[in-house]
Design a protein around this ligand. Structure first.
Ligand code: FCB
Length: 476
């Protein structure tokens, strides 16, 4: 039964009226018709990208290798055997690609700088041509009336630094500081919106605990120091931006998922708490001055070995905003054989729910739940949805891509963002993952998330129906 039918059936009966608050909470009164104006004039719309996923030009003009260059060339690391050497070739086609953002009537281009393009060895000599590339990207945005939003780190630490341990080596604090000093001084006159990290949990857990992403390391002995040094850099990056960039709007982003108990049963509550601490709380709470969530996640106590006097203080930073990135929800199930987490996530495919090509559950209400959750922290001042999107198998037919499922995905998720906003969550913008199909890390090019379709053989672009939908939705 759809919303209208339900309301009609309930009519004005006493029982129906009694149900209204509950239905409201369930989102039944979210506007049937979404509109740009419902989000308000100040709400920002944009797209998000990451350097390694789109740029290509992997050794162009003096760029040094990053962990992803090395990892993607390693045997069997990428499911499809592909790499990011060329990818969308954004390194050469940035002007045309940035123009698509304008065409879609968006205002924000979120991108990251590749550390090893600017400092090929990670520290020391600066590569002027690398610096100039982002000058051109930034200037192109400004010429087209777009706001450049810069992420300092989206998972591509220089290989030269990984050779010394990468994020597991505490020296990463000084390496990272040097890099952020360079980019803030170079771009801070024109870039006012900064994000320190992209999803710290994702790159430390998938890259240093599970070994599925670069640099392919495994175990708590790698994960815990990598996580702690990332937490310190997260705050220190914020301080450097504050010092070097006048009038900066400073944030950092997190992967956020609603974690819920298997079949809604209480027996899984502790497991839910542990997964929630790992997935949602591990990196934000130290920044907010709450320390690591050790009570909920005893495994994280191992971090004490890597903590030095004064670290508690150094982990804090008063961010202007938090970037919430949401893709799915997780269902947790207790299982005491599993070390540390004492439970597992039940894959969406086994739960027979609708999924994207990544195998992630389509669960629009999840974005509402995580927005409410993050907004509930007293020191979170404002939120942007810095990533949300989906991969579906797209087909080109007569020069068009009719990605109806993606259009529906955005409609449903946006309705839930609006629901949170209408309930008082200070969410001020929404950035789609992603501008165009690109190198989806260990999945290769198969999983397409773009609003613009990319033919990786010819580099031809086609705006998908979802891109056209945004164009129309955002038209004045
Ligand atoms: C996010 C990453 C982004 C992209 C999407 C699908 O976790 O930040 O780079 O891979 O997932």
């Amino acid at each position: 039964m759809n919303r209208r039918e339900l309301l009609k059936a309930l009519g004005a009966t006493t029982a129906g009226i009694a149900l209204l608050p509950q239905l409201n909470a369930m989102g039944y009164f979210a506007p049937a018709e979404l509109s740009k104006s419902a989000f308000g004039d100040d709400f920002l719309w944009g797209v998000a990208t990451a350097a390694y996923q789109i740029e290509g030009g992997h050794n162009a003009d003096g760029k040094g290798p990053s962990v992803w260059d090395t990892f993607s060339h390693g045997k069997k690391n990428i499911k499809t055997g592909e790499n990011g050497d060329v990818s969308c070739d954004f390194y050469h086609s940035y002007a045309q690609d940035i123009d698509f953002i304008r065409q879609m009537n968006m205002q924000v281009f979120r991108f990251s700088t590749a550390w090893s393009r600017i400092l090929p060895q990670g520290t020391g000599a600066v590569n002027q041509k690398g610096l100039d590339f982002y000058n051109k990207v930034i200037d192109t945005c400004l010429e087209k009336g777009l706001q450049p939003w810069l992420t300092t780190y989206h998972w591509d630490i220089p290989q030269a630094l990984q050779d010394k341990g990468g994020w597991t080596n505490r020296d990463v604090l000084s390496w990272y500081n040097e890099y952020v000093e360079v980019i803030t001084k170079a771009y801070g006159d024109r870039v006012k919106n900064w994000m320190v990290m992209n999803e710290p949990l994702a790159f430390t857990a998938i890259g240093y605990l599970l070994g599925i992403h670069a640099p392919g390391k495994t175990g708590f002995k790698n994960f815990i120091p990598a996580a702690h040094h990332t937490t310190l850099c997260q705050a220190e990056g914020g301080r450097i931006i504050r010092r070097n960039v006048k009038d900066a709007n400073i944030g950092t982003t997190f992967s956020c998922s609603s974690i819920e108990p298997f079949k809604g049963k209480d027996v899984h509550a502790k497991t839910v708490e542990r997964w929630d601490a790992m997935v949602n709380r591990l990196f934000i709470e130290p920044a907010l001055g709450m320390g690591y969530p050790m009570e909920s996640l005893p495994a994280i106590k191992k971090v004490e070995k890597y903590m030095q006097p004064g670290d508690e203080e150094k982990m804090k930073f008063d961010f202007d905003f938090i970037g919430v990135q949401n893709y799915t929800r997780e269902i947790a199930r207790a299982n005491f054989i599993i070390p540390y987490m004492k439970g597992l996530q039940v894959p969406a495919k086994r739960r027979h729910v609708e999924t994207t090509e990544m195998g992630w559950e389509v669960y629009p209400e999840g974005i509402y739940k995580v927005l409410k959750k993050f907004a509930a922290y007293p020191n979170v001042k404002k939120i942007y949805v810095t990533e949300n999107g989906c991969a579906f198998p797209d087909v080109v037919e007569n020069g068009r891509v009719h990605d109806a499922k993606r259009v529906q995905f955005f409609k449903d998720y946006l309705a839930q963002v609006l629901r949170a906003k209408n309930e008082g969550v200070n969410v001020q913008g929404y950035f789609v993952w992603t501008l165009m199909d690109n190198f989806e890390w260990a999945e290769g090019y198969k999983t397409r998330f773009g609003l613009v379709h990319v033919d990786f053989k010819t580099q031809q672009r086609i705006m998908k129906d979802s891109g056209l939908w945004f164009k129309e939705f955002l038209a004045d």
